[in-house]
Design a protein around this ligand. Structure first.
Ligand code: UDP
Length: 343
């Protein structure tokens, strides 16, 4: 099988290509702006890589969509600070560039596995979000946070419509707060534009306060990346077309924690770490208002928990890694990385 991965240096892309090269005989064609997370893959005989921008290298992309059996367009900005501060950049990249890829998959008959997002459920009040039943609830237009959710939702609907017309073989995944090594760059966290786990780890390393937005009562279900990759591999393999035309929540409902609980768990793990056990001084945990942290365009999601019945039944998938283990592996990897950098 020939697989095209756009955004192959990203958090999901680099973990996926590692798994593919280790466990299959598939050929992978990848593009990304950077290659710093791809040491394990560069030079592998079944991995071809082009360093480039999807907005520029359009011919390379079209050629490879035509050539490959499956395309995974993983290029997207997926951090809430960017939704609020750079909403048009989010729209242009996450929607416009990806729409072109979707249309080329239609044109060349290439199967697409599209990364939708748990963010599409927005402020849905269901205790567990269901792919085919939950309502998608977004805030008003001046709350710019929702541009990402809305962009992804519209692409989900476009892909679905092409599927209904029999013009596109597709599956979609909705990751729920995947975490693990290489989640974000620590430099992004320095600018405040990383996801919460990376942000808290950087705060701990720099002995800065950990900031709980609006008290940190909002809850997320943190999912270990390798568990997520198990599900993604089953979808790519697609035995008997089981994943065709389906949307899958990929998350770990047992790993639910409030942001406040997350902060204390991470600080405890940091204090126990052999390199930091004697630091003496550790980050305090403080509260802040979302207007001060993100600005006026922000609105939060109180609870985000997946139903994973569909992935269980169709893919035989089950997440295996508990929250403590997932956080420890993630923290240890970041601390190891920070040793070699200026953080
Ligand atoms: N958050 C926080 N402090 C921070 C960064 C994030 O309290 O320094 C909160 C944020 O308001 C959100 C949650 O952590 O409720 C998860 O944020 P993340 O950036 O991981 O994205 P999300 O899960 O909302 O997509």
């Amino acid at each position: 099988m020939k697989i095209l991965i756009l955004g192959v240096n990203g958090f999901i892309g680099n973990a996926l290509v590692r798994r593919i090269l280790h466990t299959t005989d598939w050929d992978v064609y990848g593009m990304d702006l950077y290659s710093n997370k791809l040491d394990h893959a560069l030079g592998h005989p079944r991995f071809r890589f082009l360093e480039g921008d999807i907005a520029i290298n359009k011919e390379w992309i079209e050629y490879h969509i035509k050539k490959c059996d499956v395309a995974l367009p993983l290029v997207a900005i997926a951090t809430p600070m960017a939704y609020v501060k750079k909403p048009l950049t989010v729209f242009e990249l996450d929607f416009e560039e990806n729409l072109r890829v979707v249309r080329q998959c239609v044109q060349y008959g290439t199967r697409i596995i599209f990364p939708s997002t748990s963010e599409v459920y927005g402020m849905c009040a269901d205790p567990e979000f269901s792919e085919d039943d939950s309502t998608l609830v977004l805030g008003p237009i001046h709350k710019q946070r929702w541009i990402y959710s809305c962009s992804k939702q519209l692409l989900d609907r476009v892909i679905w419509a092409y599927g209904q017309e029999g013009k596109l073989q597709f599956s979609m995944i909705r990751p729920f707060n995947w975490i693990g090594p290489k989640l974000d760059d620590l430099d992004a966290a320095k600018e405040g534009s990383s996801r919460v786990v990376t942000q808290f780890i950087l705060n701990l390393l720099q002995r800065e306060p950990i900031k709980l937005v609006d008290g940190g009562f909002q809850k997320r279900c943190f999912t270990y990346v390798e568990d997520g990759i198990d599900a993604l591999m089953a979808i790519i393999q697609n035995p008997g077309g089981i994943a065709d035309g389906q949307i899958f929540n990929i998350g770990n409902p047992d790993n639910e924690a409030s942001v406040k609980e997350l902060a204390y768990l991470l600080r405890d793990l940091f204090v126990q770490h052999p390199d930091h056990r004697h630091d003496g001084v550790y980050s305090e945990i403080v509260e802040t208002r979302h207007e001060d942290y993100y600005g006026k365009g922000y609105q939060d999601i109180v609870s985000r928990k997946p139903s994973i019945e569909k992935a269980r039944q169709l893919l035989g998938w089950e997440p295996k890694t508990d929250l403590g283990t997932s956080l420890k592996i993630t923290l240890d990897a970041f601390l190891e990385e920070a040793k070699g950098s200026a953080v």
